[in-house]
Design a binder for this molecule. Sequence first.
Ligand SMILES: Cc1ncc(COP(=O)(O)OP(=O)(O)O)c(N)n1
Ligand SMILES: Cc1nc(C(=O)O)sc1CCOP(=O)(O)O
Ligand SMILES: [Mg+2]
Length: 208
Amino acid sequence: MNTLRGLYAITDSQLLEGGKLLPYVEAALQGGARLLQYRDKSTDAARRFDEASALAELCARHGATLIINDDLELAARLGVGLHLGQGDGSLSAARQRLGDDPVIGATCHAQLELAERAVAEGASYIAFGRFFNSNTKPGAPAATPELLDQAAMRFALPVVAIGGVTLDNAPGLIARGASLVAVIHALFGADSAAEVERRARAFSALFT
Ligand SMILES: Cc1ncc(COP(=O)(O)OP(=O)(O)O)c(N)n1
Ligand SMILES: Cc1nc(C(=O)O)sc1CCOP(=O)(O)O
Ligand SMILES: [Mg+2]
C-alpha cells in the first residue's frame, strides 16, 4: 500500500472550475502528491461520479491514493478511500462497508479525544487543524502546532496537518510530527498547471 507520508492534495470546486480539475490534479500528482482528496460539496451526483472516476484513473496511473470527502456511497462505488468529518456519519460503519483496505481519514479538529475515538473506530489517519488562517475554510476551529507533538507521541497512526498550510509554514508542522500536509489554496491557487507542479514538487521535497 501507498505509505501515508508526503503531500496530500485536496481539490476545490471554485479554484478548479473552468476545466482545470484534471490538468491541475495531474500536475499535483506529477509533482509527487501521494494522496488526493476529491472535495466537492455540490449535489450533482452524475458529475461527481464522472469527476471522481477520472481522478481515480489519474491516481492509479501515478501510484497515488484517492480519497472521497464526505460521501461513503461514492467511495464504495469506486472502491477508494474516504474522509469523514465529525458530522459526516459513522466511521466504524464506513470501515465495515469499505473493508480493511481503503484509507479512511477522520477530522479531529484540535481534540486528542476525537482522535482516540477515530483510532478505535478504524481510521487510517487522523487529521488536525486548522493550524493557520485558511482561505478555503476560514471558520474551521483553530489548532496550535504544539498539538502535533502530543498527537505524534500518543498515536501510532499517520497524522495529517490541515488549514492554511503553505510552503513556508509546512516545515514546522513536519518537524512536529505531521506525516502528511493537506493543502488546497497554496497548491491549487495557481495561474498554471506548471506552477501547481512546481509547488507540489517543493512540498514533496520537504519530506525527503
Ligand atoms: C485531510 C482533511 N482534514 C480535514 C478535513 C475537513 O473535514 P470536515 O470537517 O468534514 O469538513 P469538510 O471538508 O467536509 O468541509 C478534510 N476534508 N480533509
Ligand atoms: C477542508 C478544511 N478542513 C480544515 C480543518 O481544519 O478541518 S481546514 C480546511 C481547508 C484547507 O484549505 P487551505 O489549504 O486552503 O487552507
Ligand atoms: Mg466533511
